[in-house]
Every structure is written in structure tokens, then in C-alpha cells.
Design a protein around this ligand. Structure first.
Ligand code: ADP
Length: 432
């Protein structure tokens, strides 16, 4: 997929040649893909806003290239620039930047006035947005009569009224109390997920990082690292979209940098294990997992890597956690190899044996008791899932459906846990 925005080696030097010359951006590379939610994160003064304004065309880079939809932005004429400003990008600021002598409706319709949209049309558009964000009763008020959170929602309506492809937000909740901040953050998420607009948010607050698909970590005018969020995968799974046996890995592939399928498998398994770990620890765990899966590390070697102190280059896990992780992974890999062995001959017996192995594995940490009838149903739904007859959603549904109605009768949490376990094992068995 081609990026819609691409920054290459961008440099911004303020007050060039003067005694107080200051390099605000020093060799920034950024790619923005359609429909992404990106965060530029870092401490105050590290250059995040400067990058945002460079993308918007308000700041001319001292060096480097900026491409919008593949076109070099330095070649844009005035008309193209103005179109970009008013129709391709929408922006919201920390201080809302509303015009306090105009009412709410007039503030929102202003960008439409500049593109000569008829009055009725622009007011209808504005009212639709006001309704969507729950502030339609305030349309005739002046902004200063509204709370901070409401003013920011007005600013978001104004940013959206020209239906831009990309919404830029510079510390949009920096001046809001936590409740209003949450509403505004959820609004931005909705605009990204439902309207499928690209969102780029600038923030110094780590509590908002989970909202993003990807995060650019800024430090001292540079990008320190880029991180993809795991959460996106869960979000996608909730869309109810049906997926086949192997495209769970394909989904992971879309949100995770990887070179090849073994790496992707290592990541899927790492994901299965981690709870509270730093990004650096996760990366080391993933590396060790890759070595284990490719046979470069034995199980014991894997355990030693996990337990080795972080300072010595290990993952730095407590010995009990390292043992627990090693056992969990070994058990799963053993099941995978058992399953692959029995299905190799592709007979009905082989298939049934595999279903039985999977059933036992899924129930290995289940504390309750299942009747023979429940076990039989469970095996039937495992079979259907494994052989692609049902989707993961259907599998999940059968697990928590009452026994009287043909389900397995598990509680919702257990059903989800088992469905997740089965997807992980299937991910290890098949390649994309
Ligand atoms: P952030 O958004 O990460 O807080 P900024 O991009 O706003 O950082 O600013 C980066 C650095 O550039 C800061 O040290 C800031 O003082 C400086 N800076 C920003 N704008 C200007 C300007 N117009 N002239 C001179 N220095 C500036």
C-alpha cells in the first residue's frame, strides 16, 4: 500500500543563520497510510507540532522532501496549496481557535464559506455534525458560553465540515478536564474507525497511546522509534468480519512489521504470553521466540534468555515467569507438532485424532467439568473451525450457547479464552 503522506529526511531550522538558530526537526522520516490513526508522541519541545505544521504546509522544511499522495509538495502551486489546506486536511488545536464573535454554527460553516458552498447546504452539513457530536442545541450560542469539551467538539465539527481525508489534532485535550478529554478522544477514534479518516494526533500524554495504530516517538528533534499497537488487532476482530483459517496471521501481518512468516509466528506467540512488559523486553522476547521456533535455541536456551538479566542482554523476567512462559510455549508447540503429525496422512481418523488433541489442549487449564454430551459438541465445533467450516465468531458463539440449544454451554469468558487459544494454535499450524 502506498503512503498518502511521506516525509523524507525532513529538517526544520528556525532562525537560520542567526545566533539563536534552532534545529526543531533533524532528519525525520514518516509514512502515513490511508485510514491510520497515528500519534506523534514525546516531551514538550521535541518537534511534534513542527512536524504536524510541516505536513499541513504551514512550515516549509529547511531540507528534505514531503510527498502528499505521491506528489512532491514543494512543486504545489498556490491553488493546490490552498486546496490542501482547506479540503484535504482538517485541524484542531489545543486552544480550539474558535472565533468568539461568531456563533457555533457560523464557526463551523466558515471553511465552507471559503469554498463558496451555498448557505443552506453548509448549514445542513454543520447541523448534521453538531447532532452527531451531541451539541446541536448550542448552534446559536457563542463559543464562550460552552464548556471546554463542547468548544473542542465545535472545533472538530469545523475541521470536518469540508470532509477532509486527514484530521490533524495538536494536543486537542491538553486544556480539558479528564471527562471532557475522554469524550473528545472517543470522538477522534470514532472519526477514524467509522468515517475511516486518517487521524494524526500530537500528544505528550502517554495515557492516550493505546488509541493509535502506530506511534512515532519523538526525542530531541528526531524520531527515536516507531511502535505498532497490538490493540488494533483486537479492534479489527471485533468488527465481526469473518476470517478463514490462516488470515489471523494475515491480520497480524498488516499491523506488525515483519520479514517472513516465521517472524510473524514468533510475534503471535509472544503476544500470547506478554502481560506487563516494556517494549524493549517484548522485542527481546520476540527475538528469543524466533530463535526457539527456528531451532536455533533449545527450550532450555530459551528459558535462559528469558531469565537472563536485562542489563546482560536478556529479557529480564523473574525465574517463575520465565519457567511459566517456557512451559506454556513448549506445551503449545508440542500440541502443534502432534496435530501436524496426525493430519499428515489426511485420513478421517487423523482428523478426529487432531480434534481430540486440540480439545484436550483447549481444556488443559479449564477447572470445570464437562459432560460427555458437551465434549462431543465441543469436538464438533472444533472440527468445523479447524476445517474452515465456521468462522471464529461462530466458534465462539457455539461455545457459550446453552447445551439445550445445541451449544457447549460455557460461560462467556471461558468461551473467549478457548477461542483465542484455538486461533493461536491454528496460527502456528498454517502459513499465510
Ligand atoms: P512540541 O510540539 O514537541 O512541543 P514544537 O514543534 O512546538 O515542539 O517545538 C520544537 C522546538 O522548536 C521548541 O524548542 C520550540 O521552542 C521551537 N520553536 C517552535 N516554533 C518556533 C518558532 N516559530 N521560532 C523559533 N523556535 C520555535
Amino acid at each position: 500500500m502506498e503512503p498518502i503522506i511521506k516525509a523524507e529526511n525532513i529538517k526544520v531550522i528556525y532562525n537560520r543563520g542567526k545566533a539563536y538558530e534552532f534545529t526543531a526537526l533533524n532528519g525525520i522520516d514518516i509514512e502515513v497510510f490511508p485510514e491510520e490513526y497515528l500519534i506523534f508522541y514525546g516531551p514538550s519541545g521535541c518537534g511534534k507540532s513542527t512536524m504536524l505544521y510541516t505536513i499541513l504546509g504551514l512550515q516549509t522544511p529547511s531540507d528534505g522532501k514531503l510527498y502528499i499522495n505521491g506528489e512532491d509538495s514543494s512543486t504545489f502551486n498556490e491553488a493546490q496549496k490552498s486546496k490542501m489546506d482547506s479540503q484535504y486536511f482538517g485541524i484542531v488545536f489545543q486552544n480550539f481557535n474558535l472565533i468568539y464573535s461568531l456563533n457555533v454554527l457560523e464557526n463551523i460553516t466558515l471553511p465552507q464559506v471559503f469554498i463558496n458552498s451555498p448557505k443552506k447546504e453548509r448549514e445542513d452539513k454543520a447541523m448534521i455534525l453538531l447532532k452527531r457530536f451531541g451539541i446541536e442545541t448550542r448552534s446559536k450560542d457563542i463559543p464562550s458560553n460552552l464548556s471546554g469539551g463542547q468548544q473542542q467538539r465545535v472545533a472538530i465539527c469545523r475541521a470536518l465540515v469540508n470532509d477532509p481525508a486527514v484530521l490533524l489534532a495538536d494536543e486537542p485535550v491538553g486544556n480539558l478536564d479528564s471527562e471532557s478529554a475522554k469524550i473528545v478522544m472517543e470522538t477522534l477514534k470514532d472519526i477514524n474507525r467509522r468515517d475511516r479518516k486518517t487521524v494524526i494526533l500530537v500528544t505528550h500524554d502517554p495515557s492516550y497511546l493505546p488509541y493509535a495504530d502506530r506511534i512515532y516517538f519523538f526525542k530531541d528533534a528526531k524520531i527515536e522509534r516507531v511502535v505498532k499497537n497490538r490493540r488494533t488487532v483486537e479492534d479489527e476482530d471485533k468488527t465481526g468480519e469473518e476470517f478463514t483459517l490462516t488470515n489471523q496471521l494475515a491480520k497480524l501481518a498488516r499491523v506488525h512489521d515483519y520479514m517472513n512468516v516465521p517472524q510473524l509466528k514468533a510475534w503471535s506467540l509472544t503476544n500470547y504470553l506478554i502481560e506487563e512488559m516494556t517494549v524493549n523486553q517484548t522485542e527481546r522476547l520476540e527475538k528469543a521466540m524466533e530463535f526457539l521456533l527456528s531451532g536455533k535455541l533449545s527450550e532450555h536456551g530459551f528459558f535462559e534468555e528469558l531469565n537472563r538479566s536485562y542489563g546482560e542482554g536478556g529479557v529480564g523476567l523473574y525465574i517463575t515467569t520465565a519457567i511459566n512462559y517456557t512451559m506454556k510455549v513448549s506445551e503449545l508447540l508440542r500440541e502443534v507438532s502432534e496435530c501436524l503429525k496426525v493430519v499428515k496422512n489426511n485420513t478421517n481418523d487423523g482428523k478426529m485424532k487432531m480434534v481430540e488433541i486440540l480439545r484436550k489442549f483447549l481444556l488443559s487449564d479449564y477447572k470445570g467439568h464437562l459432560t460427555p454430551e458437551q465434549i462431543q459438541t465441543l469436538e464438533k465445533v472444533i472440527h468445523n473451525r479447524v476445517f474452515g467450516i465456521s468462522s471464529v465468531q461462530e466458534f465462539n458463539k457455539f461455545l457459550d450457547w446453552p447445551v439445550e440449544e445445541g451449544g457447549v454451554g460455557l460461560n462467556v469468558a471461558t468461551a473467549e479464552h478457548l477461542a483465542e487459544k484455538l486461533e493461536i494454535i491454528l496460527g502456528q499450524m498454517y502459513s499465510v
